[in-house]
Ligand binder design. Structure first.
Ligand SMILES: Nc1ncnc2c1ncn2[C@@H]1O[C@H](COP(=O)(O)OP(=O)(O)O)[C@@H](O)[C@H]1O
Ligand SMILES: [Mg+2]
Length: 390
């Protein structure tokens, strides 16, 4: 059997760079080697691409300079339909071609990678890839656009106010007025597109709001403010599949040590395990009907945003009213949510297998769509083709 070459892409210019390394290495060690050749592709914080065996051991990432010196910098190109990895810079004396890729598994988190940027690059190359497409990735990363789409689709979301960060500096009185006329304190202030709780701050009054807005503005050029759920329970549910068929995992309840679930809670529970090592109740202790409702909302959210692969949808429950709100979707969740799937009866190897197969299915379906015309109108001489549209 010819093995399929899977490029596991990770790293990138994102505050969640290190988390991506952990998630990706977990995936790399879970992919079935009888069926797939795994090609690790690491994007540095400067945006350079590298490959090499040394990228498969987490220990090696303690010294990044030394690590990349043991790897090869590469470029990926579409050559006559084949996706070729070559050494960069090219050398006159060596062949340079290191191999080919059949499919990519992006395991990146955060802005500049998870937000449709990497997905757009893979689309341009015409390399099939696992997970969300450009639109769903971009929507999933943008807390404002996501909120608008989910609200329009009738999903339960918190009320919100949004504005450009620049406006906060030029018209603070107007911003206060808008927030305070619409929402009651306490509120939560978030940069539109960070992640891992970076820049997310509660504010109980105007003074705290000022600091929270200053902080959020340092991370993003757009800010969202929403009511703070005071009697809060957080529940997460993963969804796996595509537009045709998507299934929910069991639900988890992450356990926070601070007022809001912090970066530390999420990733530093058990050293080196990423989201896999965080503290949680799994399955979450919820009544069966509430679990079913959350799972239904998770699948709907996945569907409305045109998601694919594995996502994790995070919910906020107001225990005073028992109201459930969709808070956000993570289109490439930490550790690919493998622990939620293991608890649902699917091993990490089965999860990566499904992700790769879904990528290949999407590629087959896309190949049946029309993206260009066979005829070149510029070559149609004398038939008015080259005259253009008048
Ligand atoms: N409206 C809210 N009310 C109460 N707590 C919230 C609210 N929104 C977010 N939080 C807390 O802040 C954390 C991070 O916010 P979230 O919207 O999930 O952003 P991130 O993309 O950084 O994970 C949440 O896990 C939760 O603990
Ligand atoms: Mg979150």
């Amino acid at each position: 059997m010819v093995k399929i070459n899977v490029g596991v892409i990770f790293g990138g210019r994102s505050v969640e760079h290190e988390i991506s390394i952990i998630s990706a290495l977990q995936a790399i060690h879970s992919i079935d080697r009888n069926k797939y050749n795994v090609v690790p592709i690491y994007i540095t914080k400067q945006g350079q691409f590298y490959t090499g065996e040394a990228l498969t051991e987490i220990e090696n990432f303690k010294d990044l300079d030394q690590l990349v010196s043991r790897c090869k910098q590469i470029v990926i190109a579409n050559h006559k339909g084949e996706i070729v990895i070559s050494e960069y810079p090219p050398s006159m004396f060596r062949k340079g071609r290191l191999g080919t890729l059949d499919v990519a598994l992006p395991v990146v988190h955060g802005t500049n990678v998870e937000d449709g940027t990497l997905q757009g690059y893979l689309e341009m190359l015409n390399l099939p890839y696992a997970g969300c497409n450009v639109l769903s990735s971009a929507l999933g990363m943008d807390k404002i656009a996501m909120r608008m789409v989910l609200k329009e689709a009738g999903l339960p979301v918190l009320d919100y106010v949004w504005f450009y960060s620049k406006r906060w500096f030029s018209d603070p009185a107007g911003v206060y007025e808008e927030i305070e006329s619409r929402l009651a304190y306490p509120v939560i202030v978030k940069p539109a597109n960070s992640g891992s709780s970076v820049g997310v701050t509660p504010a109980a009054n105007r003074e705290e709001l000022e600091d929270a807005l200053d902080l959020a503005a340092s991370f993003s050029n757009r800010i969202i403010v929403e009511p703070k759920v005071v009697n809060l329970r957080e529940i997460n549910c993963s969804v796996l599949g595509d537009y045709e068929k998507a299934i929910p995992s069991v639900c988890e309840e992450p356990i926070s040590t601070e007022q809001i679930l912090s970066y530390k809670d999420k990733y530093m529970g058990e050293g080196g395990k990423g989201m896999g090592g965080a503290k949680r109740r799994l399955p979450a202790d919820l009544p069966a009907d509430q679990t079913a409702w959350i799972q239904e909302l998770a699948v709907k959210t996945f569907h409305v945003l045109d998601c694919s692969g594995v996502s994790r949808i995070d919910f906020l429950i107001d225990t005073a009213s028992d109201q459930v709100y969709v808070n956000e979707i993570n289109t490439i969740p930490g550790s690919l949510s493998y622990y939620l799937w293991e608890a649902s009866g699917k091993s990490f190897a089965e999860l990566t297998e499904e992700l790769i197969q879904l990528a290949l299915k999407r590629k087959r379906e896309r190949d049946n769509l029309v993206f260009s015309y066979e005829t070149n109108i510029l070559a149609m001489k004398g038939k008015g083709g080259a005259k253009g549209i008048k």
